[in-house]
Design a protein around this ligand. Structure first.
Ligand code: GLP
Length: 247
């Protein structure tokens, strides 16, 4: 399905996405949503943390999208603690579900798959290699929530997040579960993501670019800044909220 493409100037992007999410929470306080870590949502989480009315999140459930395997809680890249620091501890949802890695990892993935069942809203970022969560290149639309070997670019990204653990594996909500969510938002910012966003939206649907499978979702929204959207060559195909910035 053709997504709704929303393009905002970089300086306005975080506030615009925060306003959209605040609207969702006001309309449906018991929202069950998954959230990514990474650099893209940092400004969004800061905006949400600064602006959340008392109680706005008090009935919501937040599920962590993905995490590295085996990092200590004080590693700056560890997903659960990072999401707590950047948003959860500030907005205080009723429930926050991290990926509990105790015991058998396959069982941990199965538990997390259950936690991600029936999401109202899946919010995801886009990897430079086209991944969604840790659905790395090679993943297909029916990919389960699972333990994955990380792609070299994802390992590099982890180093950029300051890890000293050089993680080799991750656990991610699978594309199948994400495509089951009632609504899906893809967050993409910055010039480095422009080429892969174009591939995801305008290239062939392929396991080489797992984000290309998001097109199967009946209700998805791409929330980009103008830098990330700058290579979209067929902007007339998209419904835009700010058509002036997509030309
Ligand atoms: C990371 C995480 C994803 C994230 C994506 C994009 O490695 N696994 O949850 O959405 O890659 O990250 P960034 O926003 O830092 O580019």
């Amino acid at each position: 399905m053709t997504p709704t493409l929303e393009v905002h100037p970089a300086a306005a992007w975080a506030d615009a996405v925060a306003a959209a999410l605040t609207d969702r929470l006001r309309a449906w306080p018991r929202l069950r949503l998954c959230l990514p870590t990474g650099e893209t949502p940092v400004s969004l989480y800061a905006a949400l943390s600064a602006s959340a009315d008392a109680g706005l999140w008090s009935q919501a459930t937040v599920v962590l999208l993905d995490d590295y395997v085996g990092l200590s809680a004080d590693d700056p890249a560890a997903g659960g603690p990072r999401l707590r620091r950047e948003i959860v501890d500030h907005v205080r949802p009723a429930v926050f579900i991290e990926i509990d890695q105790s015991g058998d990892l396959a069982a941990a993935a199965r538990r997390h798959d259950e936690a991600a069942r029936g999401l109202d809203l899946a919010i995801v970022g886009l990897g430079l290699n086209g991944h969604i969560g840790f659905n790395e290149p090679g993943s297909t639309a029916d990919s389960a929530t699972r333990v994955v070997d990380l792609h070299p670019r994802s390992r590099e990204a982890a180093e950029g997040y300051g890890t000293e653990g050089a993680p080799e594996r991750g656990i991610t909500i699978g594309l199948a579960r994400l495509l089951d969510a009632r609504e899906l938002w893809l967050l993409v910012t910055g010039v480095p993501k422009a080429e892969i966003l174009r591939a995801a939206l305008e290239g062939p649907e392929t396991p080489d670019v797992p984000a290309s499978y998001l097109r199967r979702h009946p209700s998805w929204r791409v929330m980009a800044d103008d830098a990330a959207a700058s290579l979209l060559g067929r902007a007339d195909r998209w419904m835009t909220h700010r058509g002036d910035t997509v030309s």
